[in-house]
Design a protein around this ligand. Structure first.
Ligand SMILES: *Cc1c(COP(=O)(O)O)cnc(C)c1O
Length: 396
């Protein structure tokens, strides 16, 4: 039985076309891009081609794109160095309660360094409220960091409105777009985004490579000190093969974005509909209207998400309970908690994230397996038995 991979928000398979363009940079074109001979300058040229290409996907200039080791580094760089650079102006930062830990823990670190951070609440759909954002802004606010789309429940944030508020108040705006880049349209100019993080392995590129877009108006600070790479701001010999792979992955992601979005979303809508129809006591988490195309996040009452995952793994289905980062963690997800989902229900959560490679047959098989697994787990669940004995109608 083949593997059915429905964890595309955790990482994605590298496309064969991407692997192919990376290959020569390991054993043939292995020059250090900082060298002066032809093989080195060929590598340098390859990097600059990708920089230009990535810049074009966001309609910004190549000089505003900086290569990094991925989403986590981009978030750390954006938040910590902007804070460091602007600390004379103020020491207040605004973010949300549903950010990725790369953002949350960067902010927590800054709190130990004398910065103050406001963590905005979200509504029941996982959307940041802009009235709360308006109220949180102070004279000493130097940065707003709100993710483009959430990795657990898929909610797409009202980025245009947030950017507008940031602009009106003359505050820099960073967005973690790791889940959004290549999946849905992004318009950094219209949405007033000053800094944007992305990661190649979330759009069918290799792991360990990503980029940070830094608007020319933002005073950039060196992040990793050493050589002169990335215009003196991020030292270290570049991951040439990885960057070349990221360029190809971005090219493919943007070329077929609309068609892929439509196809993936159709499978996702079908999946959500069937799960709700065929399994009682189940609820979809997150916004239905403002949602990443491939994301399905669903809670089943009376069961443990981790136990469901193990039964699905027996059927060769890869899925996730809340997010890959909370595996082994018994606390319910911080995202579901912020959305006000009761702990008991949050514990029975399953995240299925669809990618370009998934098929309708895989979705049908997965629905069948989930249905059987949930039934089996509930047969052994004490509170489910008690509930059934006391209530005859399906209330939820
Ligand atoms: C995956 C992810 C990250 C981390 O990216 P890495 O490249 O794995 O470090 C950050 N933010 C979000 C929203 C993500 O989904």
């Amino acid at each position: 039985m083949q593997q059915i991979y429905l964890d595309n928000a955790a990482t994605t398979p590298v496309r064969p076309e991407v692997e192919e363009v990376m290959q020569p940079y390991f054993c043939e074109k292995y020059g250090n891009p900082s060298g002066i001979y032809k093989m080195a300058s060929e590598c340098r040229q390859a990097l600059e081609t990708v920089r230009k290409q990535i810049g074009e996907t966001l309609k910004v200039s190549a000089e505003e794109i900086y290569f990094t080791s991925g989403g986590t580094e981009s978030d750390n760089w954006a938040i910590k160095s902007t804070a460091q650079r602007l600390k004379e102006k103020g020491k207040h930062i605004i973010t949300s309660k549903i950010e990725h830990h790369a953002v949350l823990n960067s902010c927590a670190y800054l709190e130990t360094q004398g910065f103050e951070v406001t963590y905005l609440d979200v509504d029941e759909w996982g959307c940041v409220r802009f009235d709360a954002l308006q109220r949180a802004i102070r004279k000493d606010t130097i940065l707003i960091s709100i993710m483009y789309a959430n990795n657990e429940v898929g909610t797409i944030q009202p980025i245009g409105q947030i950017g507008k508020i940031a602009k009106e108040n003359d505050i820099f705006f960073h967005t973690d777009a790791v889940q959004a880049y290549g999946q849905i349209p992004i318009d950094v100019k219209r949405e007033n985004i000053h800094l944007l993080s992305a990661s190649a392995h979330k759009f069918n590129g290799p792991k360990g490579v990503g980029f940070l877009y830094i608007d020319k108006r933002v005073p950039v600070m060196s992040y990793i000190h050493g050589g002169k790479q990335e215009r003196n701001h991020r030292a270290g010999t570049e991951n040439v093969a990885g960057i070349v792979g990221m360029g190809k992955a971005a090219e493919i992601a943007f070329a077929a974005q609309k068609e892929r979005e439509k196809r993936v979303q159709q499978m996702r809508d079908y999946l959500m509909k069937k799960l709700c129809e065929e399994i009682p006591y189940c609820r979809i988490n997150g916004s239905v209207a403002r949602r990443l195309p491939g994301n399905c996040n669903v809670s089943f009452q009376f069961i443990e998400g981790n136990e469901l995952l193990l039964l699905l793994d027996d059927k060769n289905i890869c899925a996730s309970a809340a997010s890959a980062c909370s595996t082994g963690d018994t606390a319910p997800s911080h995202v579901l908690t912020a959305m006000g989902i009761p702990e008991k229900l949050a514990r029975g959560t399953l995240r299925l994230t669809i990618g370009y490679q998934n098929t309708q047959d895989e979705i049908d098989y997965t629905i069948k397996c989930i249905k059987e697994a949930v039934k089996k787990l509930r047969e052994n669940a004490e509170d489910y038995r008690i509930y059934k004995e006391n209530f005859s109608c399906n209330m939820i």
